[in-house]
Design a protein around this ligand. Structure first.
Ligand code: HEM
Length: 467
């Protein structure tokens, strides 16, 4: 009998490639439409990034394989590498073995019982913010949510009053820093970054100010101490409990559990939490509020759910969140339609086999969560806001590989439980006391940004009357 070998599947080239530029124009002008257009071109397709090439993975099962089983065969690639000199080498950027050593260190801060403790900060933060709202006022809801997201991460990091000192600086500096990093990634020309342009000066000032505020607060925290179990205590305790000799400070101990962090590493991990945790939560909550304003029927149903759960003056806290079923489905649908980190990037460290498609080492690999989560083969009416698609048996049967807003595997979002807690508390608190109304004539569009953020979100808020 003759052995038959199945020929390796060919990897299609995306149409529309322009010499030298590749697909850069499509990527800059209509990025999400461009990736959606590739969905039917094959499980793996190549595109041109200028003269370079990238592999786009369309098949969700292969994306999941990359994020889980093959995680060690790839690092996070060029965008993250480029941001490290500006934003530090925390969890978002770092490579192995440092990444896993630090992830194990931070993981306990995201355990169930810790999240329950943070819910107090979240409830207080939303109450402080909405206390300033006036009936009928039109406000920039995206900025309100940004302030909330900054406050809750800062108070979780430094549970003492020090959190608020950092929060003010983060709220002002983070958007300037992220904008600067985006520019530096898009135009990676060293001398351009050194020109004394107003934008470069703003970037440098923001970086220095945030760095020195954070450094000062960390030193003050070390002096006065904080609450047991907040994130900073964890980072500092990890350093304090390891009494190994100084020479291997800042390197993994070999067991991957006990680890001494340098001051710089502590700073970088705090930055990674700001970078990973603030804009993402702001975006999802902003889109969710926008969707509710556009669907008053769902908003009314949501308010009824929150009223029912909080009836009799029951406090909005960790223990009531499992009962907020529709609130969770609304957020699920916002995460599906508008995953903030919609395009994930990787780079192969070794040969990669994707169901017979061969990707050599050193290649850029991209996948669009936006495309996967709007696949008409999985989601009926994929562009429609239908929270009920997540209800009951039909909702439970939706394949998890086609819903990855937090990524997956050990590079998946460490902050996911924290994000759920802060989003549920915000949405429930706001819909309990307010109704949200779009501003007539103002179209909400995604910003030109690597993240899927609304450009701005003006919203009129009206106070609800409770009998
Ligand atoms: C709705 C809110 C959020 C979304 C949609 C989100 C999404 C994601 C995604 C997709 C990744 C994986 C990126 C990749 O694989 O390339 C990630 C990683 C990460 N996220 Fe989140 N995130 C959210 C909130 C948070 C929060 C609240 C925190 C912290 C307080 C956080 C901290 C991080 C960190 C540190 C990483 C890197 C993890 C690692 O590589 O080990 N995120 N996030």
């Amino acid at each position: 009998m003759t052995a038959t070998t199945t020929p390796a599947p060919t990897i299609a080239k995306a149409p529309g490639r322009v010499p030298l530029l590749g697909h850069v124009i499509q990527l800059l002008t209509r990025p999400r439409e461009f990736f959606n257009g590739l969905r039917d071109s094959g499980d793996v397709v190549t595109i041109g990034l200028g003269p370079a090439r990238a592999y786009v993975v369309n098949n969700p099962a292969l994306v999941h394989q990359i994020l889980t089983k093959d995680v060690r065969k790839l690092d996070k690639g060029v965008a993250y590498e480029k941001s490290a000199p500006f934003l530090g080498d925390g969890l978002l950027n770092s490579s192995e073995p440092t990444h896993m050593a630090h992830r194990r260190l931070l993981q306990p801060a995201f355990h169930h019982h810790r999240i329950a403790d943070y819910s107090r900060h979240m409830r207080e933060a939303v109450a402080e913010r909405t206390a300033r709202w006036r009936d009928g006022q039109t406000l920039r809801l995206d900025q309100e949510i940004h302030g909330y997201a900054v406050t809750v991460v800062c108070r979780a990091l430094f549970s003492s009053g020090l959190g608020d000192t950092v929060a003010d600086e983060v709220e002002n500096s983070l958007p300037v820093l992220l904008e600067g990093v985006k520019r530096r990634i898009a135009f990676p020309v060293g001398w351009l970054e050194k020109l004394p342009t107003p934008a470069n000066r703003r970037f440098e000032r923001a970086r220095e100010r945030l760095g020195s505020t954070l450094g000062g607060v960390i030193r003050e925290y070390q002096r006065v101490g904080g609450e047991e179990g907040d994130l900073m205590a964890l980072l500092l305790a990890a350093r304090a409990t390891d009494d190994s000799p100084a020479p291997d400070e800042g390197t993994p101990s070999g067991h991957g559990r006990t680890y001494r962090l340098t001051d710089e590493q502590i700073h970088d991990e705090a930055m990674a939490l700001f970078l990973g945790g603030v804009e993402t939560a702001r975006d999802v909550l902003s889109w969710a509020c926008h969707l509710l304003a556009e669907h008053p029927d769902v908003q009314a149903e949501l308010a009824a759910e929150v009223d029912r759960v909080l009836a009799g003056g029951r406090a909005l806290g960790h223990d009531v969140l499992p009962e907020l079923d529709l609130t969770r489905r609304v957020l699920n649908e916002a995460l599906r339609l508008y995953p903030p980190a919609w395009l994930l990037t990787r780079r192969t460290l070794t040969d990669l086999d994707l169901a017979g498609h061969h990707v050599p080492p050193g290649q850029n690999v991209l996948f669009s969560l936006y495309t996967i989560q709007r696949d008409p083969g999985i989601y009926a009416r994929p562009d429609a806001f239908e929270p009920d698609r997540w209800a009951g048996a039909a909702g439970a049967a939706l394949p998890r590989t086609s819903f990855l807003p937090f990524g997956a595997g050990n590079r998946g979002c460490i902050g996911e439980p924290f994000a759920w807690e802060e989003m549920l508390i915000f949405l429930a608190a706001v819909t309990h006391d307010w109704t949200l109304h779009s501003v007539p004539g103002h179209r909400i569009r995604p910003a030109r940004s690597p993240m899927l953020s609304p450009r701005d979100l003006p919203m009129t808020v009206r106070a609800r009357k409770h009998p």
